[in-house]
Design a protein around this ligand. Sequence first.
Ligand SMILES: *Cc1c(COP(=O)(O)O)cnc(C)c1O
Length: 412
Amino acid sequence: MPKGFPMSQAAPLPGPTMPHHEIPLSRPDISEVEIDMVVETMRSGRLALGPMAERFEKLVAARAGCRFGVSVSSGTSGLHLVMRALGIGPGDEVITTPFSFIASSNCILYVGAKPVFVDICPKTLNMDPGLLEKAITRRTKAILAVETFGNPAHMDAYASIAARHEIPLIEDSCEALATSLGGRPCGSFGRVGVFGFYPNKQITTGEGGMIVTDDERLADLCRSMRNQGRAIGPDQAVIDGRHNPRNVGAWLRHERLGYNYRMPEINAALGVAQMRRLDEIVLKRQQVADAYMKRLMANPNLVLPTICPDTLMSWFVFVVRLATGYTAAERDSIIAGMRNHDVGAADYFPCIHLQPFYREEFGYEPGMFPIAESVSQRTIALPFYNSLSQREVDIVCATLEVMIGRENLRRG
Ligand SMILES: *Cc1c(COP(=O)(O)O)cnc(C)c1O
């Protein structure tokens, strides 16, 4: 751009008047309701430790069928607090899945414990309950289960295994808000559950998370640790948004090692508005998932998601996988081809145990969890969000099919 070129004459950014035709992998659904609530909160002057976070906590806890909700700055920080609150530390083992977003396992590392992976069931993509029970040792301090891609399969089985062995079940429900199994909502199967509200989740707060539990002591510990280890209860520093006049020293007294994992009020306001629209959001996502299912059902090159009976799905992502026999290189080439045609696609998820720092630290090697490894090299996440139209679903599927066809041709 020549010096002094007036900005107003620069090429307009893509916008409503000049659409560009990329179909992204995900996109949040923000309506005027959300915008109004956020603006109202900004005008209120209360930007931290205020009433919005509490409202949001009550809404999410109720939806998850739990007594208490503790809002936090992310799903990851929520998982970290849960590890601390359960007293998990060096020398302890926590059983978990290798087929997940890395945060579900990293929280075990944060407290110096060891993640013990068990392989997954090839249909549901969650931990195989039989293998899980066999992996329990004297050192096992907890089971950390993930509803991968929002699928709640086996959560009831994990809960009974945990109960039988008298160890807590931690539910990483970051992908499963509003999903239920046998009428029981995700988040309520474990001693404690954690949700995440990053912009690609069912609902978003920008960044944010929520711990849910029926255990009041555990909730209080998490509340204290998210707020720099300050006291909770009648001694707490801030009551109803005001510094506690009966306890002048409370703000700068720290009873335990804590963090700043609080959720800002602006983010909580966004969350409250999204929760009000949750049923509408879940329904829209179901319609998009149905459209994909219908369109791709007959394709012999693809395996579609398996949803077990008794499941009410709240779809997080729509992940298909190539039939057995396709290689990781072929899958990556299909994803690259789709991206080159402005269609979002991603390799959800590479196995956690094969991430470089896990291999180095714990000696994990390829071949240790063959089902997770085989599945993970053939998965393709497709664009998935509330406003995705039937026409766009058709474009995504046609592009996917062309790219698969190109790989088939290359093989001869
Ligand atoms: C999204 C997600 C998290 C938390 O992510 P944040 O970005 O920290 O909110 C944790 N576990 C799983 C399985 C997730 O998908």
